[in-house]
Design a protein around this ligand. Structure first.
Ligand code: XMP
Length: 320
């Protein structure tokens, strides 16, 4: 039974002192490794790990090719300012090879998970000689695993490492007593910029969750370009989450006086507290027109832009 620490009871200074001492003690002269995605949990655990281990922690950012515009470079730059070196691993080809031909949402998710754990990160862990894995698991992840919402969270099996056959691997999960609000508080205390600890949620399957049908490099690029516009124009509205989705169907449009059987982008902007239920934000019409205008001008091939007005449930926040 894991003892929860509520955000309001979290004494960051004391927590940081205790956890860094524990991590130091565990790792000793060994090497630890962690994968940073730039999300709140992995960013916070990276800071905590570096405080404890310095150069004995190797932090990698796996570029899967389905992140938002400039995301790998931004994350590296943020951490550089904080004195933490992050290695970018270019795995774009491997992820797109795994996604090739897949149209079913669950198959796409599975391909991304398998490529991340079994192929790319699993290989790095084994090659690095590290015996300690630092993970930003939080209490909500444990609850969801127990409730059967998330797939069983056995990290070594996911990495393709059999802990029985290969002794000596250890997982460090220093955030496991916290929930998201506690992690944000801790991240702030560890010096993370607000741009990192207050980010809007972004799904693990990244932009592949925002492409209906096959996630090819070209289709990801289309949704990436639309995402830049959506995030820029909606960032100040205090919405819970906002996104662009590329549809699979095409519709007739016209461009330069010619018929163009073009692409459709759907926009979603949600008001929500905890993502369990959500309502579309009542965006002002002039802002919707601005969004549509900019997407039609700047995203090649798009001839249709729609705004979702359905609630969750029965909709979900993401489209796949
Ligand atoms: P849905 O689409 O289920 O999303 O209403 C609820 C919240 O969870 C995020 N989400 C995901 N996060 N992997 C993730 O890490 C996923 O596969 C995934 N699917 C949805 C979504 O962005 C929203 O905040």
């Amino acid at each position: 039974m894991i003892k929860e620490i509520k955000a309001r009871n979290l004494n960051c200074e004391k927590f940081i002192a205790e956890k860094t001492a524990e991590i130091k003690e565990m790792v000793g002269d060994g090497l630890a490794i962690n994968a940073l995605s730039g999300g709140v949990d992995s960013s916070t655990v990276t800071m905590l790990g570096h405080k404890a281990l310095g150069k004995k922690l190797r932090t990698v950012f796996i570029d899967n090719g389905i992140m938002r515009e400039g995301e790998p470079q931004q994350v590296v730059a943020f951490f550089k300012k904080l004195g933490v070196k992050v290695e970018v691993i270019d795995a774009r080809k491997e992820f797109f090879a795994a996604l090739k031909g897949l149209t079913d949402p669950e198959e796409k998710r599975e391909a991304i998970t398998q490529t991340f754990y079994k192929k790319v990160f699993g290989r790095l862990v084994k090659e690095s000689g590290a015996r300690y894995l630092l993970q930003g698991t939080i209490l909500t992840d444990v609850d969801e695993t127990v409730a059967g919402i998330k797939r069983q969270h056995n990290v070594f099996a996911q990495l393709g490492i059999d802990p029985k056959a290969t002794f000596g691997y250890h997982i460090l999960e220093p955030l496991i007593q916290l929930r998201k609000d506690g992690v944000r508080k801790l991240g702030k205390a560890l010096g993370l910029p607000a741009a990192l600890f207050q980010r809007i949620p972004f799904p693990g399957p990244a932009l592949a969750a925002r492409v209906i049908g096959e996630a090819t490099p070209e289709r990801i690029e289309t949704v990436r370009k639309a995402t830049v516009i959506v995030e820029k124009l909606l960032q100040d509205r205090k919405a819970f989450q906002y996104m662009a989705i590329l549809h699979e169907d095409r519709v007739t449009g016209m461009r330069d006086g010619k018929r163009d059987f073009g692409l459709q982008i759907e926009l979603r902007c949600w008001d929500s507290i905890d993502a369990r239920t959500a309502k579309p934000t009542r965006l002002p019409y002039p802002l919707l027109e601005k969004l549509a205008g900019e997407i039609l001008r700047k995203v090649p091939g798009v001839v249709s832009v729609t705004y979702n007005i359905a609630t969750k449930p029965p909709s979900t926040i993401e489209a796949i």
